[in-house]
Design a protein. Structure first.
Length: 256
């Protein structure tokens, strides 16, 4: 697992404070695709529990796996009783024989898993006919002028703060990753991609707080990190409009 993947623990409290939760429409999208009640789920890379609480709040028994101890500690602080936290990456999981789930999902976390054996590991965790879901998306300034001002302020420190597509899929491609990989996998059927629209309005300070939880900035030395946040804060209006659409990929375990 890359250094970027394991950089979040140091800012677990900020992650919980500044990262947005997930809307009800996301749960509806996943369960409508499942076509049957989802009673058990395993979450890959649960972080502080943003998506965990959405699914658990609907009565799903969630096994929330997360490799970073500090992130998992933050999750435990708010997790309801039907959540079982487990410190493990997808690669480290060692389920008991026959232990499977109706849903396996990842919320803005699948790109941190290793590509080798990814889909066979996920498939082994699903019950017959079980569903896999991956969802996430960019957190973008909606005003192009503000976006350009922030890009210019960031440029001396970072060329980009985005995580590139793991398989090189371009942003304008009709099918985005991981749908591209799921379509190629013989283990999954009925691959679907949809978008849950999400718009947010944030105080400028909260937008900078969100940036403080982004892996690209966490990789900078602390002095440079402080300087780039100050430079960005100087070009922001009092409040910013955010486009934070959630791209959802869904697939069903094929028959053996």
């Amino acid at each position: 697992m890359s250094a970027r993947a394991l950089s979040f623990g140091a800012i677990a409290e900020a992650y919980e404070r500044f990262r947005p939760g997930y809307p009800e429409e996301l749960f509806t999208t996943v369960t409508a695709y499942a076509g049957r009640p989802v009673r058990t789920a395993l979450e890959i890379g649960a972080g502080t529990g943003k998506a965990t609480r959405l699914f658990a709040g609907h009565g799903v028994a969630v096994t929330a796996t997360e490799p970073d101890a500090a992130m998992l500690a933050e999750l435990r602080r708010t997790a309801p009783a039907n959540v079982t936290p487990v410190q493990a990456s997808l690669e480290d999981l060692d389920p008991r024989p026959g232990e499977t789930y109706g849903l396996v999902y990842a919320a803005a976390a699948l790109h941190w898993t290793r590509p080798e054996g990814r889909w066979s590991r996920v498939a082994a965790l699903l019950e017959p006919g079980g569903v896999f879901a991956s969802f996430g998306g960019p957190f973008q300034l909606a005003d192009p002028a503000v976006e350009e001002a922030v890009r210019a302020a960031r440029a001396p420190f970072l060329d980009s703060d985005e995580v590139p597509s793991p398989d090189g899929t371009t942003p304008d491609a009709q099918m985005q990753w991981p749908g591209t990989e799921l379509l190629r996998s013989p283990l999954f059927l009925d691959v679907q991609q949809s978008v849950v629209k999400r718009r947010l309005t944030l105080p400028a300070a909260d937008y900078v707080g969100h940036l403080s939880t982004v892996s690209a900035y966490l990789q900078l030395p602390q002095p440079a990190r402080q300087l780039v946040f100050e430079a960005i804060a100087q070009v922001l209006p009092e409040t910013v409009e955010i486009s934070a659409d959630i791209t959802v990929h869904l697939a069903r375990l094929g028959s053996a």
